[in-house]
Ligand binder design. Structure first.
Ligand code: PPE
Length: 307
């Protein structure tokens, strides 16, 4: 589905009409994937649009930039303000927000530090990432033949554009096999994450999720779900997950800004638990969506755009 256009894109500090926000074909980023980005959601609440996890997302953008030695010419506070302003300017009730910093056009060659830095904030209206039924019915997945970045090859903790060629291979393979998403193992064979989601496995009364050392992106939703699970009195263990634990699990779900909290109903053709959304997954979803609807916010995760 084409991206539904919004009015403007914030481009290097100014609003530019959507169709005019363009770059040159010799931009460094197009050749070498030299960008860092974020995916953030603003939700519709009775007090107007509210952004979930604004500060942690902007902090992660700056962390990703630091990893690839990119200097963003704005402060964290300025970027947070610009994001709120873009949501207001485009008049969204709810939207997906994509800040992206990339190396532009000046000289080519792998060495990047002579290229100018460009930065944008785009917003658009985006529904359920893994299909409209996914949140209630769950999705089918398969373990990918691809592996996640080895710890001394990629920089999984950082959200770097070029690294998403790996995620693209994973999701294309999954769709070829007739499932919605792939689960990727790390180079040691432990469960890592989905192409664009973190993963949680409920097994023997506890909730397991892979540690940061399993080549995962440190998801903001992952962190929030760990807090919700703790608030609900569940034990959450960050530890290596062997593949067959996916087949022993009572429940499995994905988390992510785009995917939110999505149950997994089948892995490699085998039913997960009863083959439909489990009760722990549902109780975590209920808490998560109560926050995103603006009904409660005990940990201060929401930023109201109009305040
Ligand atoms: N792992 C990966 C590889 C990943 O890309 C994401 C976000 C996550 C985990 C979850 O992180 P968080 O959003 O902070 O909870 N993936 C984003 C991009 C999706 C896309 O198709 O683009 C997202 O969910 O916005």
């Amino acid at each position: 589905m084409p991206i539904p256009k919004a009015k403007s894109i914030w481009f290097n500090g100014e609003f530019v009409p959507w169709d005019e926000a363009k770059v040159h074909v010799l931009s460094h980023v197009l050749h070498y994937g030299s960008s860092v980005f974020e995916g953030i959601r603003a939700y519709s609440t009775p007090k107007g649009p509210a952004i979930l996890g604004l500060k942690p997302h902007v902090d992660r953008l700056f962390f990703s930039a630091k990893v690839i030695r990119m200097e963003i010419p704005f402060s964290v506070e300025e970027m947070m303000e610009a994001i709120k302003e873009t949501v207001r300017h485009n008049g969204h009730e709810a939207c997906y927000i994509r800040p992206l910093a990339f190396r532009g056009c000046e000289v080519l060659g792998v060495y990047p530090l002579t290229c100018p830095l460009e930065i944008i904030i785009a917003t658009w209206e985006w529904g359920a990432y893994l299909g409209p039924e996914a949140i209630e019915q769950g999705v089918d997945v398969a373990v990918s033949t691809w592996r996640r970045h080895a710890p001394d090859v990629g920089m999984a903790m950082a959200k770097i554009g070029g690294q998403y060629t790996n995620s693209q291979q994973v999701v294309m393979e999954a769709r070829d096999r007739g499932v919605t998403e792939g689960i990727v193992l790390d180079v040691f064979g432990f469960v890592s994450e989905g192409s664009g989601e973190n993963i949680f496995v409920i097994y023997d009364g506890a909730i397991y999720t892979p540690p940061l050392s399993a080549s995962i992106l440190g998801g903001i939703t992952r962190k929030y779900v760990m807090q919700i699970a703790d608030d609900l009195g569940y034990t959450v263990k960050e530890q290596n997950i062997p593949r067959e634990m996916l087949y022993a699990a009572d429940e499995i779900f994905f988390t992510g800004t785009a995917a939110e909290v999505t149950p997994i109903k089948q892995v490699d053709g085998l039913s997960v638990g009863t083959g439909s959304r489990g009760s722990i997954t549902k109780s975590i979803q209920d808490e998560f969506f109560a926050v995103t609807r603006g009904e409660k916010d005990p940990h201060g995760w929401l930023t109201y755009v109009n305040e």
